[in-house]
Design a protein around this ligand. Structure first.
Ligand code: B4P
Length: 192
C-alpha cells in the first residue's frame, strides 16, 4: 500500500503533479482544495464557511478539513493507496491523519516536498488566475498571504515528517515532465 503526501507551497505544482502520480501508481486522489471548491460550487453551508477563508488566502479551520478527509477515507475501504494533495497543512491535521491511518493499519509511505522559488510561485499563481477564475489566484496580496501562511503554519510539517524519516525534498523548478521524473525516482524507492 502506497500513501503519499504531496507537499509544497501554493503554486508548487501539487495538483499538477498529482495527476501524473495517480496515473502511474493507481492511487486515489484526495485534494482538500478540490473538495472545498466542490462544496463552494454546490452552495453548501460548509462551502460558504470555507469560501470566506479561502478568498483571503487563509486556511480553512482544521476541524472542517479533518472531517472531510475522514469521510473520504471511509468511502474507499478497499483502496490500494491514497495521494494526499494539499493535506495536511498544519501539525494538528498531520496528527489527525496519522491517527486515521493507524486505524486502517496503513501509514504514510513518504512526504514528497516540492521546492520552488518565491517569485516563481507568484508567477505561476498569477498565470493561473488569468484563466481559472479562482479569486485566490487573482490578487498579489492574497497570493503573498497564502505563501506567508504556508511558511508559518504548514512548513513546520517538514520537521514533523522528517522526524519520522519520511520527508523527501524534490526540486520543483523546471518543466512539468522533468519534475514528474524526479518524483517517480523517489516514489519507486519508498517502502510499501
Ligand atoms: P489548493 O487547492 O491546495 O491550492 P494550491 O496550494 O494553490 O496548489 P495547487 O495544487 O492548486 O496548484 P499547483 O501548485 O499545482 O488550496 C487552495 C486553498 O484551499 C488554500 O489556500 C486554503 O484556503 C484551502 N485549503 C486547501 N486545503 C486545506 C487544508 N488542508 N487546510 C486548510 N485549508 C485548506 O499549480 C499552480 C499553477 O502552476 C498552475 O497554473 C499550474 O499549471 C502551474 N504549474 C505547475 N507546475 C508548473 C511548472 N513546473 N512550470 C510552470 N508552471 C507550473
Amino acid at each position: 500500500m502506497l500513501n503519499l503526501v504531496l507537499f509544497g507551497p501554493p503554486g508548487a505544482g501539487k495538483g499538477t503533479q498529482a495527476e501524473f502520480l495517480i496515473d502511474s501508481y493507481r492511487l486515489i486522489h484526495l485534494s482538500t482544495g478540490d473538495l472545498l471548491r466542490s462544496e463552494i460550487a454546490a452552495g453548501s453551508s460548509l462551502g460558504l464557511e470555507a469560501k470566506a477563508f479561502m478568498d483571503k488566502g487563509e486556511l480553512v479551520p482544521d476541524a472542517v478539513v479533518i472531517g472531510m478527509i475522514r469521510t473520504t477515507l471511509a468511502a474507499h475501504p478497499g483502496a490500494g493507496g491514497f495521494i494526499f494533495d494539499g493535506f495536511p497543512r498544519t501539525v494538528e491535521q498531520a496528527e489527525a491523519l496519522d491517527r486515521l491511518l493507524e486505524e486502517n493499519g496503513t501509514p504514510i509511505s513518504g512526504m514528497l516536498s516540492l521546492e520552488v522559488e518565491h517569485q516563481e510561485l507568484v508567477n505561476r499563481l498569477m498565470g493561473r488566475g488569468l484563466v481559472s477564475g479562482r479569486p485566490d489566484d487573482q490578487d498579489v496580496s492574497v497570493i503573498e498571504n497564502r505563501i506567508e501562511v504556508y511558511n508559518r503554519k504548514t512548513a513546520p510539517l517538514i520537521g514533523y515528517y522528517g522526524a519520522q524519516g519520511k520527508h523527501f525534498g524534490i526540486n520543483g523548478m523546471g518543466s512539468i515532465p522533468e519534475i514528474a521524473l524526479r518524483l517517480k525516482e523517489t516514489v519507486d524507492r519508498l517502502p510499501r
